[in-house]
Design a protein around this ligand. Structure first.
Ligand code: SIN
Ligand code: FE2
Length: 216
């Protein structure tokens, strides 16, 4: 299934630079949404979503799981990547081919031609769930970008700079939008405002975000 091979390149307007090294690709994944969602559900069936504990003693409002060679885990000891799901004791499910294809084509469109993901963090937001401002810095090689795909309900994405004190921009992300950040923005602080109540045609009362990473 070469979901993206037959599509024309997205129009110029769909490619919005938001910061040095960071690009918003509006609607980039809309065409392949049903197959992507099916693959998400298959991963969740093997590696269930769970609300992780943070090192600070909080329970995350976002429910998470992973697929790929490494999965992102958080517990009272800290944040890290692990080869096994601590919940099942099993290796994380493999990265579905449609995930790899989407992540690589979005990265290339954003100027990161040789990105090959080996991990995908799946974040599920119910209405009210949020993600505090943070940096993605647990990956070993920070030369690879982060590729983020939004599915389901819209959300307000906060995107700043590598300096926590700088102002953040707000971008409304809807179903099918992809954001890629790397280079000078690789360590930019980012987060998600509390999800507003709603109902999406395909995902119902939730937003699912996938972040593709080169983790280790
Ligand atoms: C993340 O920072 O891991 C997720 C961002 C998002 O949900 O848009
Ligand atoms: Fe993040």
């Amino acid at each position: 299934m070469d979901l993206f091979d037959d599509l024309p390149p997205p129009p110029e307007a769909a490619h919005t630079p938001i910061a040095p090294g960071a690009v918003l690709l509006r609607g980039f994944a809309r065409e392949g949404d049903a197959a992507l969602l099916q693959a998400v559900e298959a991963v969740i069936a093997q590696a269930p979503l769970r609300h992780m504990q943070t090192p600070g003693g909080y329970t995350m409002s976002v429910a998470t799981t992973s697929c790929g060679q490494l999965g992102w885990v958080s517990d009272p000891h800290g944040y890290r990547y692990a080869a096994h799901d601590p919940h099942t004791g099993q290796p994380w499910p493999a990265l579905p081919a449609c995930f790899v294809e989407l992540a690589e084509s979005a990265a290339a469109q954003a100027g990161y031609a040789d990105f090959v993901p080996n991990a995908c963090l799946i974040n599920q937001y119910a209405p009210g769930a949020k993600l505090s401002l943070h940096q993605d810095k647990d990956e070993r090689d920070l030369r690879a970008p982060i590729v983020s795909l939004s599915l389901g309900l819209p959300a307000v994405f906060l995107f700043g700079t590598p300096n926590r004190k700088d102002r953040t921009q707000r971008h409304r992300l809807v179903h099918g939008d992809v954001v890629v950040w790397g280079g000078p923005s690789r360590l930019a602080y980012h987060g998600v405002m509390p999800l507003v109540e709603g109902e999406h045609g395909l995902l119902l009362r939730r937003r699912v975000n996938l972040t593709f990473r080169r983790a280790g």
